[in-house]
Design a binder for this molecule. Structure first.
Ligand code: ADP
Length: 396
C-alpha cells in the first residue's frame, strides 16, 4: 500500500510518497511560490535525477495537478499510475475542540477545519485548499486529515484553560490547544518501543525544538500539558516567535506604536524570538557561531531560549512526578549538542545526567545520558510524514 502525504502551506506544498509495506520513502518533493511569480516544483526519487518544473501555478489545485504528474512521470516518478496510491494523508494544523484524532475527510470535517481558520489563519485555509484540490483531481481517493492539535486533546481542563472570564471560553473557544501533536505522538510511540513498555505506562517529556518549538508532558502515554496555546505563539522563545509574555506588553505596544491587531501579531510571530533579541538571525547555527565569536546579543538570545526550555522542563517534571525519560527532537533538538547540553546543565540533582561523549553526535537516535542518570535522556529524530502515513493507513 502506498500513501501520499501532503503538507500544504500558504504558498508552498511538501509531499512524500511512502510505501507502507516497509515504510520507505518512494519519492519526496517541494512546491514553492504557489500563486507567486517564479513557482517551482522539485522532486527527488531515490536512485533518479532530481526533477524540476518551473511554471506558473496560480493556485493549490494547479500545484497538486503538477505533483500528480511528477509522481507518475515515466523517467523521474515513483508510480506508473495514481491507482497505486491507496489514500492521501493531509497535515492540518488546527482542529479545535471537536477533533481528537485523525479522521477521514467528509463535509463535517471540512467545516470544522474552516471554523478554525480564525485560530490558524495562515495554515488552515491552505490545508483545506489542498484537501479540496485532491478531492477534485483524484475523486474517490480517501483523504485523511491528521491534525497538529489532536494529540493534545487529552489535557485536563486545569491545564488547557486560561484564567480569564469563563464566558470567553464558551463564546469563542479560547483555550490552549497545543501544536506539533503529530511529532509528540510519534516520539511517544517510539519511546514506548525503546523503553519496552506499554504506551500507557510511560511518563516522558518530549522537547520538539525547531524553528517553532514546544515541549509536552506525557503522562501514561497521553498529553498532559504542552507549551503552545490557542495558537503557536505561546510557550518557548522560538526562531521568530516571542513565546510567553505579560499580555500587557501587547496592549502597551499597540498604544505606543499605534499598531493594528494584525501588525502586533506580525511582530510577535515573525520579528520576535531569537531573531528579535539577537537582531541577527532566527537560525541557531548562525547564533551559535556569532555567540562563539563574542556577539553578546546572540548569546543573550540563546540564553533566553535555553532558560525558557529549562523552566518548562522543570515544571513538567514537577507535574509528572515520575519521569522515565526526556527526549530531544526537531532541527535543534536532533542537531545541536550545545543546546542539549545547556538545557540539562545543572539538573544532575534532579536526575538528569548527560554523557558528554554520547551527546557528541547529531541527527540520529541515541541514549545520551550516563548509566547513573535516574531519568534517561534521548535524542529521537521525528518523522511527522511517517506518522501521518501510519494514521492514514488505519482508515483503509
Ligand atoms: P521547522 O520547525 O521549520 O520544522 P526544523 O525542526 O527543521 O524546523 O528546525 C530548523 C532549525 O534547526 C534551524 O532553524 C536551525 O536553527 C536548527 N538547526 C539545524 N541544524 C542545526 C545544527 N547543526 N546546529 C544548531 N541548530 C541547528
Amino acid at each position: 500500500m502506498k500513501i501520499l502525504v501532503i503538507n500544504c502551506g500558504s504558498s508552498s506544498l511538501k509531499y512524500q510518497l511512502i510505501d507502507m509495506n516497509n515504510e520507505s520513502v518512494l519519492t519526496k518533493g517541494l512546491v514553492e511560490r504557489i500563486g507567486i511569480d517564479g513557482a517551482k516544483l522539485e522532486q527527488k526519487t531515490p536512485g533518479k535525477e532530481k526533477y524540476i518544473v518551473e511554471t506558473e501555478m496560480k493556485d493549490h489545485k494547479k500545484a497538486i495537478e503538477l505533483v500528480f504528474t511528477a509522481l507518475t512521470d515515466e523517467k523521474f516518478g515513483a508510480v506508473k499510475s495514481l491507482d497505486e496510491i491507496g489514500a492521501i494523508g493531509h497535515r492540518v494544523v488546527h482542529g479545535g475542540e471537536k477533533i481528537t484524532e485523525s479522521t477521514l475527510v467528509d463535509e463535517e470535517v471540512k467545516s470544522i477545519i474552516e471554523d478554525c481558520f480564525v485560530f490558524a489563519p495562515l495554515h488552515n485555509p491552505a490545508n483545506l485548499l489542498g484537501i479540496k484540490a485532491c478531492e477534485e483531481i483524484a475523486p474517490g481517493k480517501p483523504n485523511v486529515a491528521v491534525f497538529d492539535t489532536a494529540f493534545h486533546q487529552t489535557m485536563p481542563a486545569s491545564n488547557y484553560m486560561y484564567a480569564i472570564p469563563y464566558e470567553y471560553y464558551e463564546k469563542y473557544g479560547l483555550r490552549k490547544y497545543g501544536f506539533h501533536g503529530t511529532s509528540h505522538n510519534f516520539i511517544t510511540n517510539r519511546m514506548a518501543e525503546i523503553l519496552k513498555k506499554e504506551k500507557s505506562e510511560i511518563n516522558i517529556v518530549t522537547l520538539h525544538l525547531g524553528n517553532g518549538s514546544s515541549l509536552a508532558a506525557i503522562k501514561s502515554g497521553k498529553c498532559y500539558d504542552t507549551t503552545m496555546g490557542l495558537t503557536t505563539l505561546e510557550g518557548l522563545v522560538m526562531g521568530t516567535r516571542s513565546g510567553d509574555l505579560d499580555a500587557t506588553v501587547v496592549t502597551f505596544l499597540q498604544e505606543k506604536e499605534n499598531l493594528s491587531p494584525a501588525e502586533i501579531n506580525n511582530i510577535l510571530n515573525k520579528k520576535s524570538g531569537v531573531l528579535g533579541v539577537s537582531q541577527l538571525s532566527s537560525d541557531f547555527r548562525d547564533l551559535e557561531n556569532a555567540a562563539n565569536e563574542g556577539n553578546k546579543q546572540a548569546q543573550l538570545a540563546l540564553d533566553m531560549f535555553v532558560g525558557r526550555v529549562k523552566k518548562y522542563l522543570g515544571a513538567y517534571m514537577a507535574q509528572l512526578g515520575r519521569v522515565d525519560a526526556i527526549v530531544f527532537t526537531g532541527g535543534i533538538g536532533e542537531n545541536s549538542k550545545t543546546m542539549r547540553a545547556d538545557i540539562v546543565a545543572g539538573m544532575e540533582e534532579l536526575g538528569l545526567v548527560l554523557d558528554i561523549k554520547k551527546n557528541d553526535m547529531r541527527g540520529e537516535e541515541a541514549l545520551i545520558s550516563t548509566d547513573e542518570s535516574k531519568i534517561k535522556i534521548y535524542v529521537v529524530p521525528t518523522n511527522e510524514e511517517l506518522m501521518i502515513a501510519r494514521d492514514t493507513l488505519r482508515f483503509l
